[in-house]
Write a protein that binds this ligand. Structure first.
Ligand SMILES: [Zn+2]
Length: 146
């Protein structure tokens, strides 16, 4: 991805966030959406990997527009928390894809976006079973990523 394409895409994502009153901090140390403050943070360390940075930003926008998991009313235990987490994460990736289509940037980003989607699936699957229930509880409502 060229720098000019990156800047064009970044502008569209910023405008999209602004239209939904979502605050965005592009100079943070991690990708995260905080539903309490309606704020997205992006990891500045990835800023020079244009498509990767935009993919993370899109994914967090996907969290910002998502509704509660259909499993959120189930009694909370390790299995339901893992289910909610996976459901919310996949839903956010799916929403990010839809936003990219809506903003006509999908063609620019789809290869890297799909790679990131798959890479994160691997992370969720490999790390979730090792987490304690309270860590899972925080993740299923706070959406922190590396
Ligand atoms: Zn996420």
């Amino acid at each position: 991805m060229t720098k000019s394409t990156y800047l064009k895409c970044l502008y569209k994502l910023n405008q999209y966030a602004k239209s939904l009153n979502i605050q965005v901090n592009l100079n943070s140390t991690c990708f995260k959406y905080d539903p309490q403050t309606h704020t997205i943070t992006c990891d500045h360390k990835l800023k020079h990997q244009y498509a990767k940075f935009l993919s993370g930003y899109l994914h967090e926008l996907g969290h910002a527009i998502q509704s509660q998991s259909i499993f959120s009313k189930l009694k909370k235990n390790k299995i339901t928390l893992i289910t909610i987490m996976i459901d919310q994460e996949n839903d956010a990736w799916h929403n990010g894809k839809c936003i990219a289509h809506e903003l006509s940037i999908w063609d620019d980003i789809q290869h890297v976006y799909k790679d990131e989607w798959v890479r994160n699936w691997y992370t969720y699957i490999s790390t979730l079973p090792k987490l304690k229930v309270n860590e899972l509880k925080a993740l299923s409502t706070g959406y922190t990523h590396d």
